[in-house]
Design a protein around this ligand. Sequence first.
Ligand SMILES: NC(=O)c1ccc[n+]([C@@H]2O[C@H](COP(=O)([O-])OP(=O)(O)OC[C@H]3O[C@@H](n4cnc5c(N)ncnc54)[C@H](O)[C@@H]3O)[C@@H](O)[C@H]2O)c1
Ligand SMILES: O=C(O)[C@H](O)[C@H](O)COP(=O)(O)O
Length: 397
Amino acid sequence: MFTAFSALRLGFWQKEQRMNFLIDKNLPAAQELLSEYGELHFFEGRELPSELLAEAEILLIRSVTQISEAILSQAPKLKFVGTATIGTDHVDLSALAARNITFANAAGCNAVAVGEYVLSAAFAVAHEHQLTLQGKRALIVGAGNTGSEVGARLSALGMEVAYIDPIKQEAGADVEFSDWQQLHQFDLISLHVPMQKHGEYTTWHLLDAERINRLKPGTLLVNASRGAVVDNQALYQRLQTQDDIYVVLDVWEGEPDVLTELVALVDIATPHIAGHSIEGKIRGTYRLYTQLHAHFGFATPILPERNVLPGFCDEEIYVASDYTEADIGQWVQKVYPVVQDDSSFRQNGLTALGFDKLRKEYALRRELWSQILVCSPNCSGKQQKQLEALGFSIRAA
Ligand SMILES: NC(=O)c1ccc[n+]([C@@H]2O[C@H](COP(=O)([O-])OP(=O)(O)OC[C@H]3O[C@@H](n4cnc5c(N)ncnc54)[C@H](O)[C@@H]3O)[C@@H](O)[C@H]2O)c1
Ligand SMILES: O=C(O)[C@H](O)[C@H](O)COP(=O)(O)O
């Protein structure tokens, strides 16, 4: 309830607490969500202007901004750093802790987008090479937010899904687990681990030359996690000497520089945009907004997420009960045709500047929920559940 007391608190907040924000230009909805709490200044991803850093109290970034002690030493007033991404490997967390600066990321914000990227890419490869996905075996490495979204979609397609995730396995997670010894038994392998260079569960070159060479002919390998999870040189060597697997790469060792010879050999190549649905990006900003709200005790009520998310697409698709896997593939491609990202990357993204530009100017991409499928009265409950599990919105005809 908004009381005289809340009005007083709000007045106090507005007069006394307006903060100085420094925000990556590519955080949609930042203006709508944050402008009432202070002065918003914007910067271009890789370039943090020192004059703005010197005044910044809250810094909101994406994965292209490296946060190091050298950067923090230029920001004496900084109280809070937030990244509108899932990954945190671009941030020196101990340097932040040493300066008592609060840190937040946006866990899970673009997991649906990553799930849909893998789905769209699997359909694109299957279409190109006349493959069927149903009944095949998928191995997901990393059973967290993105890996689970991928697994749910592939299971809905009728694939048999297993995971490698020693941390989740030890914790007793209720999913089917496998291990690296079984690698050669899978038809699709999708990587969804964080970049960890140290510790018990390092992921740097998790897919090394030995594992790459054990992939059976016809395997579809997808990496939409971090580039260096796969040894890019070793993958290049395998494709050059034995071009018998399908490869989809969204992330690259050494981004924004990429091994162009490797791009030429893979089936789908994109510039680190797997998570870039507009909903995923808005959720990233929104998750930072809620954490800022809690941390600083903003007095105004939290806006609901739906206020900043777009609605359904206008055009609906009619679904007959005899739809096939290929039909599903076409509905997925209608909402998110990953091959368009592949072709713009090959044309314009092979330099560091081109790579960054494609990401900054990324076209509006919607998630599958924005597409309503109108199911014929003959569609079974099982079919409706399948379409929902793939991510579509459905309604009865
Ligand atoms: N390409 C993109 O656009 C994009 C988008 C989102 C996330 N990502 C990347 O994907 C990573 C995973 O995202 P998430 O949301 O699933 O994270 P998450 O933290 O929810 O899940 C990661 C999972 O990996 C597991 N894991 C850690 N080390 C492992 C190892 N050595 N072997 C097997 N499993 C291991 C963890 O136990 C955890 O369950 C992020 O850290 C980020 O780097 C990329
Ligand atoms: O970690 C993540 O969330 C993703 O990799 C994210 O999509 C990276 O994209 P960026 O923030 O650089 O736009």
